[in-house]
Design a protein around this ligand. Structure first.
Ligand SMILES: [Zn+2]
Length: 613
C-alpha cells in the first residue's frame, strides 16, 4: 500500500545517507514501527509520511495545508486532536513549527514528535493526557522550498523572485555543481601563489589563513565546487536560493533590512510566515508556541530585542525562567536564555546572570530559587535578582521581527524557540573549532562527515582538489544521532505541553440551609502551570475573561448569584476562584440540578452537573 513511500526512503538514503544498506554496512535496524528517523526527509517523503500518519490515525489527526509555498508546494500542518474530548477550538492549543531551510534536524524533531504522540496515545498515561487535553498544531517545515534546495543541492522549482547576485541582469545562472559526482557539493582548493589560504599544520584537512606579510609557502585559492557557468571568470557567484523564509520578517518589533538582514521590505512580506501569523491570530486557543531551530541545544525565550532588566512583565518572566529551567532538565540541553542575552558578543561562553545553564557536571545552575535546592548560587549571587546586576551586558543580540517576539508581544502566547543539536564543543568553551569537528568526524561519525581532499581535473581551473564537509550549517547530525536529537527535543515538548492552562471544576459544596434553600459553593481551578492569560495578554486586553455559566433545572430558582459570571483570569498551579450561589428548590419531589460550564479562550472548558437535592 505504501510502496512508493519505501521506494522513496531508499532513494533518499542512497543519495543522502551513506550509513545505509547502500554500502552494506547497516549497524542496526533503524525503523520505529514502520518509520525511520535516521535520515532527513525530502518533501515527497515528508508528504507521504504525514498522509500515512493521517490514514493510520484518522480519528486523532487531520492533515491540512496551511498555504502554498512560493513554488507551489503545500505547507503541511498536522492537527492532533481527540474529538471525543472536545472540539479543537475548545482546548488549549500548542503550536509547533520550524522555519529555517538548512536546519533540517529541527524539522525532523516535529516529524518525530508527531509519531511519538500517536504511537504512545492510549499506551502511556502522560501522553494520552496531553493528547486528550490539548490540540496540537504541528507544521514540521515552513520553508518547504528552501529545505528541498538545501537537501538536494538543486533548485527546488521555479523561483518567482530570483536574485541577480552578480548584477549581470541574469538570474541564478551560475550555481554550484557536484562536478565529481559523489552526491555532495563541497569545496575546491587550488594551488596558487596569490592564494590567501594554506594547509594547517595541525591537520592537513584543515585550511588556515596565511599571515598578510607571509611569503614563500604553498598557498591556495578556495572555491565552492562547481564551474563558471556564465563565463565571467567567477565560480558559483549567482546561485539559486536555498532559503525563502527568515525569522526577522515577523511583525513583532520588526525592523527593515537596513537595520537587520532578513527583515525584508515590510513585515509579513513572506507569504508563508504571514499565513502562520494569520493562523495564530485566528486561533486564540493557542496557549503555547514553539519554533524549532538548530543549533546549540538551547531553550530561547523573549525578550529578543531588550534585556531582562527592561522586561516589564515580571510574572511572565518568572514563568519563562521556571519553565525553561525544567525544559533543560527534560531535554538534557545546556542553556536557557532570552534571545537578547544569548551568545553575545559572539564566542563568549554563556554565563550571564540572566541565563540558566548546565555546568560541566551536568547540574542546572541559576534557576529560580527553590527549583534545585542543592544549587550553590554563590558564583553569581542571587539568581532571581540577576537583572539588577549593573554589569550585565546591555548591548545584547537584537533579533528584530522574530517569531517568538511576535507570538508573545502581539498575542500574549507563551512562546519559546529552541536550538536542537550541539556541534561537538569538546572543551566546552562555547566555540566549535574545525579541529573539534574533525575529532567528531573521526571518532564518532566513522569519518563520514568530512570528504578527504582528492585530485580532480577541473575544466577551467585545471588540477584542483575537492574535499570538505558534507553538510553546511555546523554539521547537523546524521544517522541514529538524528533520532537521539529528536528524542531530546521531544522530551521537553512533552513536559511543556503539560504546562498548558486547564480549567477544571473543583468539588462543589452544597449546604442545606433548610426550608428549601441551598447554598452552593462552586470552585473553578486552573490545573495548568500557565495562567489563563499571560501578563502580556492581559495588558493587551485581547482575551475574554474566564466565564462561568450556570443553568438550573426548572424546579430551581437562583436567589443570589448571576447565571453568567466573568471570573477574570486565573493564575496557574491550581489557583482557584470560588463563587457562591443561593438557590431555592421550588418542588422538592423532583431532582434539583445546577448545570455549570466554565470556559476560557486559552484554558479550555469544563462542565459539571451539581446535584442539589
Ligand atoms: Zn533557525
Amino acid at each position: 500500500m505504501h510502496k512508493k513511500f519505501f521506494v522513496l526512503v531508499s532513494l533518499i538514503v542512497l543519495l543522502h545517507f551513506p550509513f545505509s544498506s547502500a554500502d552494506g554496512k547497516v549497524k542496526k535496524v533503524k525503523a520505529l514501527g514502520k518509520y525511520d528517523f535516521y535520515h532527513y526527509y525530502l518533501y515527497d517523503e515528508l508528504t507521504d509520511y504525514l498522509k500515512d500518519i493521517n490514514q493510520s490515525y484518522p480519528q486523532l489527526t487531520e492533515l491540512k495545508s496551511l498555504c502554498k509555498s512560493q513554488m507551489g508546494r503545500d505547507v503541511w500542518m498536522l492537527v492532533i486532536n481527540n474529538p471525543k474530548t472536545g472540539k479543537p477550538e475548545n482546548k488549549p492549543g500548542i503550536f509547533l513549527n520550524q522555519i529555517h531551510s538548512s536546519e533540517v534536524i529541527a524539522s525532523m524533531s516535529s516529524v518525530y514528535t508527531i509519531w511519538y504522540l500517536l504511537e504512545n496515545y492510549g499506551k502511556k498515561k502522560d501522553i494520552t493526557k496531553i493528547v486528550d487535553n490539548l490540540v496540537w498544531y504541528i507544521i514540521p517545515r515552513l520553508d518547504v522550498d528552501g529545505a528541498e534546495a538545501y537537501l538536494t543541492g538543486k533548485p527546488a522549482g521555479k523561483d518567482p523572485n530570483p536574485e541577480d547576485n552578480d548584477k549581470d541582469f541574469k538570474f541564478d545562472e551560475d550555481p554550484p555543481e557536484d562536478i565529481d559526482g559523489d552526491g555532495f557539493i563541497i569545496q575546491m582548493r587550488k594551488k596558487d601563489p596569490k592564494g590567501e589560504m594554506k594547509i594547517s599544520k595541525e591537520d592537513p584537512r584543515m585550511m588556515t589563513r596565511k599571515a598578510p606579510d607571509e611569503t614563500g609557502g604553498t598557498y591556495y585559492k578556495m572555491y565552492s565546487e562547481g564551474i563558471d557557468n556564465d563565463g565571467d571568470g567567477k565560480i558559483n557567484e549567482d546561485s539559486f536560493s536555498t532559503r525563502f523564509l527568515s525569522n526577522r520578517n515577523y511583525p513583532g518589533n520588526w525592523r527593515p533590512n537596513i537595520v537587520q538582514r532578513g527583515g525584508g521590505k515590510y513585515p509579513m512580506e513572506e507569504s508563508i510566515t504571514r499565513a502562520e501569523v494569520d493562523f495564530a491570530a485566528g486561533h486564540p486557543n493557542i496557549a503555547i508556541y514553539v519554533q524549532h531551530h538548530c543549533c546549540g541545544r538551547v531553550i530561547l525565550r523573549p525578550p529578543t530585542t531588550y534585556s531582562d532588566k527592561e522586561f516589564k512583565n515580571r510574572s511572565d518572566l518568572e514563568l519563562y525562567k521556571v519553565a525553561s529551567a525544567r525544559c533543560l532538565e527534560h531535554s538534557g540541553w545546556g542553556l536557557a536564555t532570552s534571545v537578547f542575552d544569548w551568545n553575545w558578543p559572539r564566542g563568549t561562553p554563556n554565563r550571564k546572570p540572566t541565563q540558566i545553564y548546565r555546568d560541566k557536571k551536568g547540574k542546572i545552575r541559576n534557576a529560580p530559587q527553590g527549583m534545585y535546592p542543592e544549587e550553590d548560587n554563590s558564583e553569581f549571587g542571587c539568581s532571581s535578582c540577576g537583572w539588577e546586576d549593573e554589569s550585565q551586558n546591555d548591548r545584547g543580540y537584537f533579533a528584530w521581527g522574530s517569531s517568538i517576539e511576535t507570538m508573545y508581544e502581539l498575542f500574549g502566547i507563551f512562546s519559546l524557540a529552541d536550538e536542537h543539536w550541539n556541534p561537538p564543543d569538546y572543551n566546552k568553551d562555547g566555540r566549535v573549532t574545525e579541529k573539534e569537528r574533525l575529532k567528531w568526524n573521526d571518532e564518532e561519525m566513522e569519518g563520514k562527515m568530512f570528504i578527504d581532499w582528492h585530485l580532480f581535473k577541473h575544466p577551467t581551473l585545471g588540477d584542483v582538489e575537492i574535499g570538505g564537509w558534507r553538510r553546511r550549517k555546523v554539521s547537523p547530525p546524521e544517522g541514529e544521532l538524528i533520532q537521539k536529537e529528536c528524542e531530546m527535543g521531544n522530551n521537553y515538548k512533552i513536559y511543556l505541553a503539560g504546562l498548558a492552562p486547564q480549567l477544571k471544576f473543583g468539588e462543589a459544596k452544597v449546604t442545606d440551609k433548610k426550608g428549601g434553600i441551598y447554598q452552593v459553593d462552586i470552585t473553578v481551578e486552573n490545573k495548568g502551570f500557565l495562567p489563563t492569560a499571560t501578563e502580556q495578554a492581559q495588558k493587551l486586553n485581547i482575551l475574554e475573561p474566564v466565564l462561568l455559566e450556570v443553568e438550573p433545572t426548572d424546579n430551581v430558582e437562583i436567589l443570589l448569584g448571576e447565571s453568567k459570571v466573568k471570573l477574570g483570569h486565573i493564575k496557574g498551579n491550581s489557583e482557584s476562584k470560588k463563587i457562591t450561589y443561593m438557590l431555592r428548590v421550588k418542588d422538592s419531589s423532583q431532582k434539583a440540578v445546577l448545570n455549570a460550564t466554565v470556559r476560557s479562550q486559552k484554558a479550555g472548558r469544563d462542565s459539571k452537573k451539581i446535584l442539589i437535592h
